[in-house]
Write a protein that binds this ligand. Sequence first.
Ligand code: NAX
Length: 333
Amino acid sequence: MASKSPIRVAVTGAAGNIGYAAIFRLASGAVFGPDQPVALNLIEVGPGLNALAGVVMELQDCAFPLLTDVVATGDLNVGFKDADWCLLIGAVPRKDGMERKDLLGINGKIFIGQGEAIARSAKKTVKVLVVGNPCNTNALIALRSAGNLPSENFFAMTRLDENRAKSQLAGKAGAHNSVVKNVAIWGNHSSTQYPDFTNATIGGQPAMQVITDHAWLKETFVSDVQKRGAAVIKARGASSAASAANAALDTLRSLHFPTPAGDWHSVAVLSKGDYGISPGIMFGYPLRTKADGSWEIVQGLPLDAFSREKIAITERELLEERATASEALGLKL
Ligand code: NAX
């Protein structure tokens, strides 16, 4: 057993599709490294609790050398106790006939309770990544419910969109996705997100020089990335799970370790007005993680008229979501 003290990760929706695809990799050391012990607090509700008992048995059956402790619970105070990281995956999916406002109201209540419980039970330095949709606004609700916990420790996931965008650019350029860098996802994790090809690079060259079909970039690429989740559902009959889990783990890793020189990673954080975005919404930005574990938004990226127009659309949607959630919950978010 390694000598470092364990990183305790609380995961909601742990027996769901994304949770199941995430926790074994967390326990294996794939996120925090081969010398970093991990403890897992697995949180479920209702029938998910029965399934969770089986998931715990499977974790035992892996005999992971780095896994020091597993807590399985339906009690948020127990589940978030002493957490260093909270991965909030569990949420109620939108069903047929459900209005967006209903969904924001139902999930909003969940994220109020979770934000409050995190403030009560987790470490004061806890970091929170929201995956459950609508993840940007759910993260805002959790943050607003979490008392004095620092707002810079709350995040919503846009990394799946970044990974999808990289893969699409690589495919078009005939390059490997490992050489596609500097892909920013601006705004909401929704079909209004803006996957920014104008600042992206492929093999160190501007993507717009490598891919000369600019009509493809502006129309097909942007739209395909925005609608990729729906395309996966259509093909698989279920929403993205393994790729979503992978992106959640990529996000944790990118926020834990310093970002390599010259690159960045995409995640939504509380806007304080950078790039002229309205303050007080969880907005997807390109970030760099510093050596001390803090982060900064990458500054000074040029945004042309096309990019600004797209960013304004996704900003507008997030402002509307915030207003709708505030109304549904009777809160001023
Ligand atoms: P599943 O329905 O497979 O699993 C969700 C699990 O959460 C269930 O086991 C359920 O019992 C549990 N749960 C529900 N409410 C809970 C609560 N209050 N506390 C603890 N557990 C709770 O869904 P899955 O495919 O895992 O997706 C989970 C969420 O991720 C959904 O909201 C989905 O929309 C969202 N996604 C977000 C993505 C992103 O990029 N941000 C991409 C993938 C995914 O669509």
